[in-house]
Design a protein around this ligand. Sequence first.
Ligand SMILES: *Cc1c(COP(=O)(O)O)cnc(C)c1O
Length: 369
Amino acid sequence: MSQENQGWPAWLPLRNALKGSTPYGAPQLDNVIALNTNENPNAIPPEVRDHMMDRIAAISESLNRYPDRDAVALREKLAKYINDGEGTSFTVKNIWAANGSNEILQTLFLAFGGHGRTALGFTPSYSVHPMIANITGTSWIVGSRNSDFGVELPGAAIGIRELSPSMVFLTTPNNPSGTPTSIRDIEEIAIATGAVNGVLIVDEAYAEFSDTPSAVTLIRKYPHIIVSRTMSKAFAFAGVRLGYLVGHPAVIDAMLVTRLPYHLSALTQAAAEVALEHADAMQSGLDEIKSERERVAAAITLAGWKPVSSAANFILFTGFEGESQEIWQRFLDHGVLIRDVGLKGYLRVTIGTPVENDEFLAVMHTVAS
Ligand SMILES: *Cc1c(COP(=O)(O)O)cnc(C)c1O
């Protein structure tokens, strides 16, 4: 095996950019308390599940046909959901939907990135952004966050104007830190991005857990702002794979020419439509997750460790003695799977049910003592 092929067979014409890559992989283990992928711990309410099964049974008669290529009924419901929550007046022309927001991000890169293009993000943040940049041949520029994981202005805006990226990524609340970015700061970043003819992609995967206003309220004024959302977290719907974006109709037109035909299955569309018809019931566990987040953060502080203030459904923490990997392993040895996000001295825990959180805290006391 040649050195240049980095372990890949010589006969495999894999693109050079991918030769150093490893598959994205948070462990999926059985018989542990999984607090590592920011899933919502609450099962879908039984009445919603019944309704979903009925709807899927009804459409199963026509599964010999391709699904609605443009998922119009679903996108209308997504527009209504955003409008109800944010007081906006978006229509189907402002919404695009795909198999998880990861696919949304990939389609955005295919449309606006690629060879000769650059994308900038503020790290530490969601590792999938630079991962898809690499896959699509887009150069990735690392912008920084301060020691409190905030994006510093005006420095960030100056950097954008100097480097002229086609795409700027801002995750708010940020993953893995839980840090929100204020609407004023988002606007300042948007102005800088607009000045260099880029698009600002605001990844709001955790918006429903936060009290900070959503960037969707800025889209009317700044058409180059694209807000990415998901039903995986607050909606407790990760298994279905439904992400969406909110943007100017020209952005949706760009998605229409980039997407694969019939990318969103009829089963996915039907299940997501029913979930949106029951948006309140689907999110009935949200307040408990938010109050549990504050309870867990206070307990981490009491144990002498330091939680980062979070507006999402997870907490990044530091202050433990030992390497992240070693402490992560000790939690796992006690049956609690948390996340080593690759940040030296930090680990991240997802907020689970109160019982799961008690388990996490019990192990924490053992590890900390
Ligand atoms: C979880 C997460 C996503 C991915 O969500 P899917 O819709 O499940 O693909 C996107 N962005 C961030 C920041 C996330 O943490």
